[in-house]
Design a protein around this ligand. Structure first.
Ligand SMILES: Nc1ncnc2c1ncn2[C@@H]1O[C@H](COP(=O)(O)OP(=O)(O)O)[C@@H](O)[C@H]1O
Ligand SMILES: [Mg+2]
Length: 98
């Protein structure tokens, strides 16, 4: 993660457990983001919202997240308690739904 990087996502996977089996909603997404804007384009259901929700710790209870790295500034998003999430969300990172 370079000094310009504010958000680093490496090999993000989000898998939902459903009665019909596992749904692999996000498969191996990686990007580094500094102060520039990043647009994520894809067909409906391709995992754009679930990518954002995973970065915000808002994945549904039946979802499991894995990543080689999920780093926001000095915060390791992969290992936050619910209380730590509430501090980060809103104050430092947020999502505007389409
Ligand atoms: N709680 C859930 N349980 C099972 N599948 C889910 C759940 N939430 C989202 N999905 C599935 O994850 C996939 C990606 O959805 P989403 O990220 O909303 O797509 P997009 O925002 O690109 O339209 C879809 O197949 C969707 O049905
Ligand atoms: Mg969406």
């Amino acid at each position: 993660m370079s000094s310009e990087t504010l958000l680093s996502v490496k090999n993000l996977e989000v898998t939902f457990n459903t009665p019909k089996g596992d749904v692999h909603a996000v498969r191996g997404v990686s990007f580094d983001l500094g102060r520039e804007r990043l647009g994520i384009v894809g067909e409906s259901g391709s995992g754009k919202s679930q990518t954002g929700r995973a970065i915000l710790g808002l994945t549904a209870a039946n979802g499991k997240i894995t990543a080689d790295q999920l780093q926001f500034h000095d915060v390791d998003l992969a290992n936050l308690t619910p209380k730590q999430w509430r501090k980060v969300r809103g104050a430092r990172i947020s999502m505007i739904m389409q």
